[in-house]
Design a protein around this ligand. Sequence first.
Ligand SMILES: [Zn+2]
Length: 421
Amino acid sequence: MWLQRLGRVLGHGHGHGHGQGQCRRHLSARIVQGTSIVVQPESESEGREAMTFPGVWLRDNCRCTECFHGSSRSRRLDWDSFDTRVRPVGVRTDQAAGQQQQQQLHVRWSDAHESSYPLDWLRQRSFDGRRQRAYLDEFYRPATRHWAGAEFQRIARHFDYGQVMAEDAALQQWLQALAVYGVALLRDAPLDGGVVRRLAERVGFIRRTTYGEEFVVQAKPGAQNFAYLSLPLPLHTDLPYYEYKPSVNILHCVTQTASPGGSNLLVDAFHIADRLRGERPADFERLCRVPVDWNDIGSEDGREFHNIWRAPVICLDAEGKYTRINHSVPQRDSHFSVPLAEVEPWYESYGRFVRLARDDAHAFKTRPGDVLTFNNIRLLHGRTGYDDTEHNSRYIVGAYLDWDIVYSRLRVLKKRSAAVQ
Ligand SMILES: [Zn+2]
């Protein structure tokens, strides 16, 4: 192992000297164990902690025009001949020409290539756990805050429809609340049928399903879909029978029934899953593991469909975080393609999940002009029954958005507002 430590004394304190004359700023780097590089910033204003970067990662992420295509921000390194044992053979640090503040790391590699990395670029990609957590929770996807039904009034954020349509800051706040809490309400939208489309297009574009782009929820005789009845609608997620399930519901209340019913029911199923995880680990494990067949069979506008997707009620990612909740009694298939011994225990566990959710449901009634938006891969929703008559109807226009599109919009807004500050 050999060390190389080169610092460069920076000029005359440009703005960080607090009137004490010269301020010396260094950036140093050294190779450790032959393969990694430790970068030690010593600036006055920003983090000074040493950062360790594996050589192979640095070489893979070389910023030169041969390795990286700037305008498409894409790696163009030839991986067919990439040597994963590549090693740094020399490091030095200096400042980029003409950029007083921008310090750089330069590396010479065993494959005779040379690379340069700005300190800020390195810092943003530090392998330090706290920095990575902050990036994931603030920029990748906002960390979720789970809530019990009794907390609904405290966590539910309200936004003005007109402001969201006109101001990027309001749009960002709405999408952030939706990401964190899984629900947010817009108020004072006009009562025309185009609101959900305009709102979806303010974010990105509508996610089309079997039932079209915009859909109308009102009592229809002989309805093909259980939601299009005035009966009570038990708690569920929409479209569990799609592998790529629509992620955000937008429900615009145009006309609300005057009958006592027709209330929305909402439950944060991530909270229900948290409770099972803590109180009933065997139920939790079963609901995370046993795949369930979900289906929807019928026709819409003369086109027949036969949708099936198999997935557990609670879906987890590689870190054990919830990725998706599936629950719909009407849309649960009578095919249950699991070993016989799994069936009865699964029913017991599912029964407990359903009861916990029912007991936690928060009921509230939207008014004409309200737009209820919520996360369909996280929340369960339902509706109390109502009397549907000619003079007592309920008319809701809905559409879906996908999280890919919502998160992308949120990141663009965050980057833009951070650049303005
Ligand atoms: Zn390169």
